[in-house]
Design a protein around this ligand. Structure first.
Ligand code: UDP
Length: 376
């Protein structure tokens, strides 16, 4: 009698916002190599426009999501709730063996909560990061998602220690490295072929890059204004490329700061850039100023000095091992640290352990072992 092979366990990988997509690429590549599991991509639509989502599908060759929930912007509670309602229908219609979430955005928490409520095990990629600043929406998402997860894939040893301290059973926690760096390493060469420096009229190592979008920096007139004053000084020393996040663009208008920014003639404002252009820009920058989580990591991987315009970081490994310095929004500190970098005294850093391009593969192997036929 012939026996039909058992169906492969399906993983639903939920993504929603820009930084999720770079991480998803590494996971999809790894699952594609491990034939023992199938992976279905679900996009919540938290980020929906081309520049924040579509372009990355094109550039990275990500598969069209099996389901697009089309949620869009909303207040945090309404957005989270709407994702939950829609995602519950997706899981109920065809329950997978596992729900995988990445990062720390609202989609991460919403999808983890739905999986856990339906009794479907949840895996969290980028588990254990902690800023200990509960005014950050992302910190709430991180802590709550980690409480719900059955598999916690940590990018660094500090993340493992945080989870240990919170009483998460060690058997659930796996130090696997950083999937965002898998994607960066795999695209470095392609990115170097981008002509973005030529398009913006820049010379290698003779410009800075700035990104800003955290509510703590762009939602209040005073703090955003102070950051723009520091930028005023920096752009007198070298041109600064500033791809403006849609959230930041809206706040510039609301706070009446557009004019102040427009008067800085060596600040090159652009739309949010594609991944390959942005990677090329970072790789050849003299310095990067940012409040992004992912950019702190990518600059460490590229050995490019990074000043983090926040009061804390959930990624201390980028400070201890890498090129990152947390400077907050204090203009004196920002200027002193910028001077240090321009004088050639910036941090060179070294790569944190396991940031070797193989994090996705480690995750896939653990899940194949735990979900595969031998495990049942
Ligand atoms: N990024 C990009 N274009 C840009 C700015 C950033 O492709 O104009 C990439 C960046 O290289 C990183 C990711 O977007 O891979 C970071 O996303 P974001 O800063 O929005 O999120 P965070 O990491 O702070 O959660």
């Amino acid at each position: 009698m012939s026996r039909r092979p058992a169906a492969r366990p399906t993983i639903v990988l939920a993504v929603g916002a820009r930084p999720n997509l770079m991480k998803a690429w590494a996971l999809l590549r790894a699952f594609g190599r491990e034939r023992a599991v199938a992976c279905r991509l679900v996009h919540t639509g938290q980020h929906y426009d081309d520049r924040m989502s579509g372009v990355f599908f094109e550039e990275l060759g990500l598969p069209t999501p099996a389901v697009h929930l089309g949620i869009g912007s909303d207040t945090p509670a309404r957005q989270t709730a709407r994702i939950m309602l829609a995602f519950e229908r997706v899981l109920a219609a065809d329950p997978p063996a596992l729900v995988m979430v990445v990062g720390d955005v609202n989609s991460t928490l919403a999808c983890a909560l739905v999986g856990a409520k339906l009794g479907i095990p949840v895996a969290h990629v980028e588990a254990g990061l902690r800023s200990r600043d509960f005014t950050m929406p992302e910190e709430l998402n991180r802590v709550l998602t980690d409480r719900l997860a059955r598999w916690l894939f940590a990018p660094s040893a500090d993340a493992v220690r945080n989870l240990e301290r919170e009483g998460i059973p060690p058997s659930r926690v796996h130090l696997v490295g950083n999937v965002m760096i898998d994607t960066l390493r795999a695209h470095r060469r392609r990115a170097d072929r981008s002509n973005v420096l030529w398009r913006l009229g820049l010379r290698r190592t003779a410009y800075a890059v700035l990104t800003l979008h955290r509510p703590a920096n762009v939602d209040e007139h005073e703090r955003f204004g102070v950051l723009l004053s520091a930028l005023e000084w920096i752009q007198r020393r070298l041109p600064v490329v500033f791809p403006v996040h849609p959230r930041t663009r809206a706040q510039l208008g609301r706070l009446g700061l557009e004019g102040k920014l427009a008067r800085l003639d060596r600040v090159i404002r652009t739309e949010p850039l594609g991944y390959l252009d942005f990677l090329k820009l970072m790789a050849h920058a003299r310095l990067v100023l940012t409040d992004s989580g992912g950019v702190q990591e990518e600059t460490t991987a590229l050995s490019v000095p990074c000043l983090t315009l926040r009061d804390s970081t959930e990624r201390p490994v980028t400070v201890r091992h890498g090129t990152n310095v947390v400077v907050g929004a204090d203009p004196d500190r920002i200027i002193v640290e910028t001077e240090r970098i321009l004088d050639g005294r910036g941090k060179r850093g070294r790569l944190p352990p396991y940031w070797d391009g193989r994090a996705g593969r480690r995750i896939a192997r653990i899940l194949v072992r735990d979900l595969g036929p031998g495990s049942r």
